[in-house]
Design a protein around this ligand. Structure first.
Ligand SMILES: *Cc1c(COP(=O)(O)O)cnc(C)c1O
Length: 364
């Protein structure tokens, strides 16, 4: 396809594609970081050089995403999956209740944090095979609930709420793993957000948590320190060795997007990429069908099926032969999924759209 370094168009849902410029910078710096005489992965995490890298990564995230001063930013480990448990451990009182909206596979996992306390499903999209998100205004939240948890973008089903929540009075907790930094975020609408790095930020390892400082006052005493947001915040997320390499790479990615127009420009590019592929679906005369309802179509993960399911494997393998890989959908939805994260090149979306039209013409 003529991509630099013979790279393919990588539609992987996660770990996902990285900006080539960032990979080049990492290559440049890998053996000897800025004259330190060693690579980032060989440094003490308490040393001056890494402290500088860590502070820069946090600062560039704050400035790119527009995180207010009243929120802490933490780079933790254990993935978004550990956040399912940490959120409940820190904020769901054993005698309390938390509201959860389940719009797909990750939400289904989040409702099983494995700690005491009641979980109330205020929405569950099971009946329609998780093809939609509720309107925020339709949610009947429990008065006095410890928090409301939802998945802003369901990675497997490709279902997005499309906008930040507006739930005054509720403590809002959000899994933003697959669409953080894909568009501007209004942090004032959230109390805690978390995201594994490997979808839209950097390599696997770090999990970004943004938490309102005042929320930390609710953390009960006596939690295991590694799982205690307050302790992690008090220790500047350096309670133990952080995921140094992932933090460093994330920092380079944040700077990359800052140089390229920030989140407003990212949102415009993402919108255009997703539109190219949804247009190919809608223009296929029923050959392809999108999984999500139109009002909740994810711009990051485009899940679709072929009317003739028997052609799915041929479609996926022919696409791969044409340099477009990782298009097979998750088994719970079937069909195909095209993940087009921030770093996914626009030409790849156009190439897929053309291939889809061509494939439909040949097999329709
Ligand atoms: C990938 C993903 C997760 C799980 O992430 P891990 O870092 O592998 O634990 C959770 N939520 C969403 C929305 C995801 O896309």
């Amino acid at each position: 396809m003529g991509q630099p370094y013979d790279r393919v168009f990588n539609f992987s849902a996660g770990p996902g594609v990285m900006p080539v410029e960032v990979l080049e910078q990492a290559r440049e710096e890998i053996v000897n970081w800025h004259g330190a005489g060693m690579s980032v992965m060989e440094m003490s995490h308490r040393g001056k050089a890494f402290m500088k890298i860590a502070e820069a990564a946090e600062a560039s995230f704050r400035s790119l995403a527009g995180v207010p001063d009243s929120y802490k930013v933490l780079f933790l480990q254990g993935g978004a999956s550990l956040q399912f448990t940490m959120v409940a451990m820190n904020f769901l009182r054993p005698e309390g209740v938390a509201d959860y909206a389940v719009t797909g596979s990750w939400g289904q996992k989040a409702v099983k944090p494995g700690v005491p306390g009641k979980i109330n499903r205020v929405f569950d999209g099971k009946e329609t095979n998780y093809d939609r998100a509720p309107a925020y205004s339709s949610l009947k939240l429990t008065p006095g609930a410890d928090y409301f948890h939802f998945t802003l973008n369901e990675t497997i089903q490709g279902v997005d709420y499309m906008a930040d929540p507006d739930l005054p009075g509720a403590t809002v907790v959000c899994d933003m793993s697959s669409n953080i930094l894909s568009r501007p975020i209004d942090f004032s609408k959230y109390d805690l957000i978390y995201a594994g790095a490997q979808k839209n930020c950097g390599p696997a390892g770090a999990t970004i948590v943004v938490v309102k400082e005042s929320l930390l006052e609710r953390v009960p005493d006596g939690l295991p320190p590694m799982l205690d947001y307050r302790v992690q915040a008090e220790n500047g997320w350096m309670l133990n060795t952080p995921p140094c390499w992932s933090v460093y790479m994330c920092g380079l990615v944040f700077e990359h997007w800052a140089r390229n127009g920030g989140l407003t420009a990212a949102a415009e590019r993402n919108e255009a990429k997703a539109k190219a592929i949804y247009d190919a679906i809608d223009g296929s005369g029923g050959f392809f069908k999108g999984h999500a309802v139109k009002e909740n179509r994810s711009r990051m993960n485009i899940a679709f099926t072929l009317a003739n399911a028997d052609l799915t494997d041929t479609f996926v393998s022919e696409a791969a032969a044409n340099g477009m890989v990782e298009l097979k959908g998750h088994r719970s939805v079937g069909g195909c999924r095209a993940s087009v994260y921030n770093a996914f090149p626009p030409e790849g979306a156009t190439a897929l759209a053309q291939f889809m039209a061509d494939f439909a013409a040949r097999n329709g």
